[in-house]
Design a protein around this ligand. Structure first.
Ligand SMILES: [Zn+2]
Length: 324
């Protein structure tokens, strides 16, 4: 049974839920028993493969015939839980069908660990939208989840250069103190927000939810990544906002939650992303519980734990026993 305060978890892969349908059901039952209501499995990772059946992208050759995403979504429904398939949207690595067909659509970033498509380009947005549509059409899911809903850096590809040149800004010359820099930031935010608008339209048409993982620090992510999630909330574009508040310091988590809640201002529920095991944090059960309480005290309506394989039986029983 779900609690008043809401619990969800991200999982890097549907394979985190086992090797056969019985194991998947067992994991869903385990989460349901602890009061969780939403599972967010990654079905498109940065290399570009799809971990579900689709004609739009290349399907990961290791994806099993028994269709784990389908089993996960059906099991969740059975337990009165929800599944929002998660895409790392714009990273398009070595298995990207998009960049095999249109290599010119790659982003031109100064530094990035992974290959990205240029998130501002119309053809890139069309591809990602078609891929989301195919998972929404093919599976009994309850919503879609946006991640890497950003540019991944400052792109200077031909498209971005031309678009800004038409607005009188040379992206190779402009510096942060120039007014043109703000124009460039605003344009990138507009391009990213316009994709979220398309996703809102898609999810409304399919009568499913839309959730988003977003940077914890706004507005710096406007400049670095074109991500203005306060605007998404102002426009009513998502049903849930999950700021990734990954930090071992509960005080830091508390201060950021206060900012997120103020920025969203009740336009949609805020569930704080907590890093049980992330690149920024490793939480003991005790600190995880402390951070859940801190998020609630500061006005968040729930938490999303990163990530499922790190949740021990001790973690789950502590969450189950929480009187919130
Ligand atoms: Zn670009």
């Amino acid at each position: 049974m779900s609690k008043k305060f809401h619990f969800a978890t991200w999982a890097h892969s549907v394979s985190n839920f086992g090797d056969n349908p019985q194991e998947v059901k067992g994991h869903v039952e385990r989460l349901s028993g602890a009061g969780f209501e939403l599972i967010i499995p990654c079905v498109k990772n940065p290399p570009g493969y799809a971990d579900f059946k689709t004609d739009v992208a290349e399907v990961n050759p290791t994806y099993p015939d028994w269709d784990p995403l389908k089993v996960l979504a059906e099991s969740a429904t059975e337990y009165n839980m929800k599944v929002h398939p998660w895409f790392c949207i714009f990273p398009e690595g070595e298995h990207s069908a998009l960049l095999k067909k249109s290599p010119h659509s790659a982003a031109v970033h100064e530094s990035s660990r992974m290959r990205w498509a240029c998130a501002c380009r119309p053809e890139v947005q069309e591809y990602e939208l078609a891929l989301y549509e195919s998972v929404a059409d093919g599976y009994p899911i309850h919503g879609l989840h946006l991640d890497y809903m950003r540019t991944g850096g400052v792109c200077r590809c031909d498209y971005c250069k031309e678009q800004m040149a038409a607005r009188g800004v040379d992206v190779n010359e402009v510096s942060t103190k120039d007014p043109g820099f703000a124009q460039w930031v605003d344009w990138r935010c507009e391009r990213i927000t316009s994709f979220v608008e398309r996703m809102r339209e898609l999810t409304r048409n399919k009568n499913i939810e839309l959730s988003a993982a977003v940077f914890a620090d706004l507005p710096s992510c406007r400049n670095s990544n074109g991500q203005d999630w306060a605007e998404w909330a102002e426009k009513g574009l998502v049903d849930f906002m999950f700021p990734m508040n990954y930090d071992n310091s509960t005080r830091n988590v508390k201060l950021r939650t206060r900012q997120h809640v103020a920025l969203i201002s009740n336009r949609c529920p805020v569930w704080e992303g907590l890093g049980k095991a992330s690149s920024n944090s490793q939480l003991t059960t005790e600190v995880m519980v402390e951070q859940i309480r801190a998020a609630k005290e500061e006005g968040a309506q729930g938490v999303v734990l990163f990530h499922y394989p790190a949740l021990s039986d001790e973690d789950l029983s502590s969450i189950k026993e929480l009187d919130i």
